[in-house]
Design a protein around this ligand. Structure first.
Ligand code: UDP
Length: 339
């Protein structure tokens, strides 16, 4: 029996593959390498001592996906494969809907036809928008996301809930807050294409000298230091939550399971706090300038993680400094590869 991990060479996917292998699962990766690199497969093998099955193709190609399901006894799927750049999704909405939703539907068709259950979906805290109250629980009302990317996540959730109800299957919707950091080995991490949008990759590239200065998008928010607050969760902790969520589905005696979990560290940090934590953890300076607000940014978001702690027997405990040390180790590994 094997677990299909789509997007398994990507940032969160690759860390999850390692945790699955460490927990004795056989892993089958499908990844089209559109936002990942082949050397990650080798690094997964170096870390775990096991080589997962790997198929490089675009999941919109249903006939190739069918062949994978014919070749392996798939007992569950963790679906990471998706386009994820918020800004790009506004410019290319049709491509985002096609890529993120066709992919999902193709896998669900195979699941439906073959009677397979256990589907884990990468969702996002973006489905809550700017929530009225902090921390954000799973019962916090959803808001229609502003970005097309966010809409694909909300639509994906709806599709999966209908799938679970109609065919009596087990699904888990995991709403990530802000994943950061890298594998402690320094061999897996985030690989931004072009200029990074996310805070931590931009901090890394500034610290290493690729970028001149970090642009802090606004310091006039209604927070203690004026910069926005997010819930930064260490990627290895996040990866472990996937294994727990999968185990829970597989062990459940219910026919239909619809799980929803917020996955965060359960505490908020401001942009300036992240920059300072990085400087302290690595003894490296990050030059920055304060810029106008970025369109669409919310003021504050952090998770109530009590449901995940209770039901998944899981907790994210890695301190911010520690995650930022691993991120720096990964950045240096990337530098050494390009030299
Ligand atoms: N941010 C920033 N400069 C950057 C990238 C991000 O000041 O170059 C801020 C951004 O305004 C937000 C926080 O960092 O308050 C996290 O942004 P990110 O894009 O990483 O995540 P998201 O906005 O999706 O929570």
């Amino acid at each position: 029996m094997a677990v299909l991990v789509t997007g398994g060479l990507g940032y969160i996917g690759s860390h999850t593959v390692v945790e699955l292998i460490n927990n004795g699962y056989e892993v089958v990766i499908v990844d089209d390498l559109s936002n990942s690199e082949r050397f990650i497969l080798k690094n997964i093998e170096e870390i775990t001592g096991k080589k997962p099955f790997f198929y490089p193709f675009d999941l919109r190609r249903r006939e190739l996906l069918t062949q994978v399901f014919d070749a392996h006894q798939i007992e569950g799927c963790i679906n990471f494969a998706a386009s994820k750049a918020v800004g790009e999704s506004q410019i290319k909405p049709v491509d985002y809907y096609e890529n993120n939703l066709f992919t999902l539907i193709n896998i669900l068709q195979e699941f439906k036809e073959r009677g397979i259950s256990n589907f884990i979906f990468s969702s996002s805290c973006t489905v809550y928008g700017q929530a009225e109250k902090m921390p954000i629980t799973e019962n916090t009302p959803l808001k229609l996301p502003e970005s097309v990317y966010g809409k694909t996540k909300q639509m994906g959730e709806e599709i999966l809930i209908d799938f679970a109800k109609a065919y009596q299957r087990k699904i888990s919707l995991l709403r990530y807050f802000n994943p950061i950091g890298a594998h402690p080995s320094g061999k897996l991490g985030e690989l931004p294409i072009g200029v990074p949008n996310n805070l931590v990759p931009y901090v890394m590239q500034t610290a290493v000298g690729i970028r001149e200065k970090l642009n802090i998008w606004g310091d006039d928010y209604d927070t203690a230091d004026g910069t926005p607050i997010r819930d930064y969760i260490y990627v290895v902790d996040l990866a472990k939550a996937h294994v727990s969520a999968l185990k829970k589905l597989m062990e459940s005696n219910e026919q239909t399971v619809i799980d929803i979990f917020n996955l965060g560290a359960g505490k908020g940090s401001s942009v300036l706090e992240v920059v300072k934590a990085f400087e302290t953890a690595n003894d490296v300076k990050v030059p920055y300038q304060i810029c106008p607000r970025r369109e669409g940014d919310i003021t504050i978001a952090y998770a109530d993680v009590t449901k995940a702690e209770r039901e998944l027997h899981w907790k994210s405990e890695t301190p911010l400094e520690e995650s930022l040390r691993t991120a720096w180790k990964w950045q240096q590994y990337l530098e050494s590869k390009t030299v």
